[in-house]
Design a binder for this molecule. Structure first.
Ligand SMILES: Cc1ncc(COP(=O)(O)O)c(C=O)c1O
Length: 394
């Protein structure tokens, strides 16, 4: 059957790497997963307990298209306590993850052909969603000169835009915009009449300073958020948008028609996630441990990387070792360490980079480092670390 031009969007290559790593795992059982972009932990205990209770007692029918009031109120309270901003629950839409939120936001804010900028490197699926919705994708290149964050100068150079997608902390680079940098981007968008779509999905996972929200600087931006990352609830498929007042009615009509509502069980359980900060901050402490191990190892291997301010990624320049696809294949085939070649995130420069995710347990990250130390032939002192696995094929 003939398929639409839209269906011709590129695959999300990270999922292909994931498939390949799992195929090897079935045979060898030894793969260490530094390719996955999701927490290795389940949803917090409080969330699972609430889900079990609600499952037995509640009808779990459709909810309002924008989600249950209890959750929207909790999200509004979160902005008041974490960011000291007043967000009326009426401007909050609960969505099917940030992914569902992005589809709705793009449809509500732009007509076909609208020019939407996205940082390169940047999150691949957003780029592909922009194209699939018949919007014009405009790459805004960011690099080491600006710590991989967009600046007014880089935005001026991108040409005319209708919208701009920025993530902080970013996937794949892990870099985070400071308050001053966020204010600059918000100001630039306001002056240029560009709709800013600000992805704050990695908020809560920051290592240098807590990530400020764009809502501290403007209420004209669209914020994309999710329970997937800090809240450790990827498969529950629940996230939220904070909307400028003017987009509320139209986006609500789109949400009603496209999705009816986000999953009811996940919404009910997500309310409890805001009480689970002790458990969730424990996860962040483990990311911090793994991050420290990798900083040391990457320095030892002489591989430059973007500053790992937040999220759980390193964006690593492996051009001294070869093309990133070959590097990823070699690391998986020879020592069972799965990583993602950068092409997903940056079509132009991705062949020079890989993305390392450290969302798995610190012991697994330490074992991956030991195997790579052997492979890269620059074994450093990793004294007193246990759990080393045999490096298959090397
Ligand atoms: C930057 C970024 N935005 C959005 C998403 C999608 O998240 P969700 O699970 O909420 O749809 C991801 C997932 O990895 C991501 O890294």
């Amino acid at each position: 059957m003939r398929e639409s031009r839209r269906a011709g969007i590129p695959p999300f290559y990270v999922m292909e790497v994931f498939k390949k790593a799992h195929a090897r795992d079935l045979v060898t059982g030894d793969v260490l997963h530094l390719e996955v972009g999701q927490p290795s932990t389940p949803a917090p205990v409080l969330v699972r307990d609430e889900a079990a209770r609600v499952l037995l007692t509640d009808r779990l029918g459709y909810t309002n298209a924008f989600g249950i009031d209890e959750l929207r109120d909790r999200i509004a309270a979160h902005y008041a306590t974490r960011h000291r901003v007043d967000v009326p629950p009426g401007r909050i839409a609960v969505t099917v993850g940030a992914s569902g939120g992005m589809v709705l936001a793009l449809l509500a804010a732009f007509d076909g052909g609208g020019r939407v900028g996205i940082t390169e490197p940047g999150y691949a699926a957003y780029r592909n969603i922009v194209s699939a919705l018949d919007l014009e994708l405009v790459g805004v290149r960011v690099g080491p000169e600006t710590r991989y964050v967009p600046t007014p100068g880089l935005l001026d150079a991108a040409g005319p835009l209708d919208g701009l997608i920025v993530a902080s902390p970013s996937n794949p680079t892990g870099t985070q915009l400071t308050a001053a940098e966020l204010a600059d981007v918000a100001g630039w968008c306001e002056r240029a009449d560009v709709v800013l779509l600000m992805d704050e999905i990695y908020h809560g996972i920051s290592f240098t300073e807590p990530a400020p929200s764009i809502l501290e600087f403007t209420d004209g931006a669209i914020v994309l958020q999710s329970f997937s990352k800090y809240f450790s609830m990827t498969g529950w498929r629940v996230g939220w948008l904070v909307l400028p007042e003017g987009l509320v009615p139209g986006l609500e009509r789109l949400a009603q028609n496209l999705f009816i509502c986000p999953p009811a069980l996940a919404q009910r359980a997500a309310v409890a996630a805001f009480d689970a900060t002790d458990e969730l901050d424990g996860n962040v402490a483990r990311y911090m441990e793994s991050r420290a191990l990798l900083v040391e190892a990457l320095d030892r291997w002489g591989l430059p990387h973007a500053p790992p301010d937040g999220a759980f990624y390193f964006w690593v320049d492996v051009s001294s070792l070869g093309d990133s696809h070959q590097v990823a294949d070699e690391w998986l085939d020879r020592v069972g360490v799965a990583v993602t070649p950068g092409i997903d995130f940056d079509p132009a420069q991705g062949h020079r980079h890989i993305r390392l995710s450290y969302s798995e347990a610190p012991d697994d990250i330490a074992r991956a480092i030991e195997r790579l130390d052997t492979l890269l032939g620059r074994r450093g002192a990793i004294e007193g670390r246990s759990g080393s696995a045999p490096a298959s094929g090397s």
